[in-house]
Design a protein around this ligand. Structure first.
Ligand SMILES: [Ca+2]
Ligand SMILES: [Ca+2]
Length: 202
């Protein structure tokens, strides 16, 4: 667990303990309880190795790390600047579709302090599919797959977090593992399999 997350969790726990101490009246804040467990709910694709088929390994070999870095950096910059707009949109609009409502709700949840990234559980398809082509590139997928906290990564000359090659490699491995139809994108069904941590090993 990262230092920042530990601090955040410790604060939450302190709050919870303080709340318990005062809890003479049976008041339960379910919203707060939900927020405290967001770090534990979702499969982490970085936690296992992926055995690629020969075909998948071929596609994996075509993967360009420099192109990936450039695309991924663009998305992170976008995410930092769009936070306020999204939170402002999370109003109570009766005309909202179910999808829009879920999107607004996910957008309004607490975010990683340094990067403004959503917690992984709140990363909806619409949030990840940055260019709205209804499929995920490796860099779009990596928004979800790679840990949010730049403290885990080395800093570059500008003092900005630079992803380690190992981190990118692991994300790419899992991406090509879950790209079952081999079109070098994840569709919704393939991403759902990744999100569930499904195992396709023989
Ligand atoms: Ca896309
Ligand atoms: Ca695919």
């Amino acid at each position: 667990m990262t230092k920042l997350k530990t601090t955040a969790l410790a604060s939450a726990l302190t709050l919870a303990i303080a709340a318990c101490g005062e809890a003479e009246e049976p008041v339960v804040d379910n919203d707060l309880a939900d927020e405290q467990v967001i770090d534990t709910a979702e499969y982490d694709p970085m936690t296992r190795d992926y055995l690629l088929s020969d075909d998948a390994a071929e596609r994996r070999a075509e993967f360009s790390e420099p192109d990936f870095r450039s695309e991924y950096r663009t998305y992170r910059d976008e995410i930092v600047s769009e936070q306020v707009r999204l939170v402002n949109e999370a109003g109570d609009d009766a005309d909202m579709s179910e999808t829009d409502r879920e999107e607004a709700e996910a957008a309004a949840q607490p975010r990683e302090a340094n990067t403004n990234m959503r917690a992984r559980e709140n990363m909806t398809w619409g949030y990840l599919d940055r260019n709205d082509d209804d499929q995920l590139s490796v860099a779009e997928y990596a928004i979800w797959a790679i840990p949010l906290n730049p403290q885990n990564e080395a800093l570059n000359d500008q003092g900005q977090p630079e992803l380690k090659a190992d981190t990118i490699n692991k994300a790419a491995d899992s991406f090509f593992y879950y790209d079952l139809d081999g079109d070098t994108y994840l569709d919704r069904r393939e991403f759902t399999a990744a999100r569930r941590g499904e195992n396709f090993d023989l």
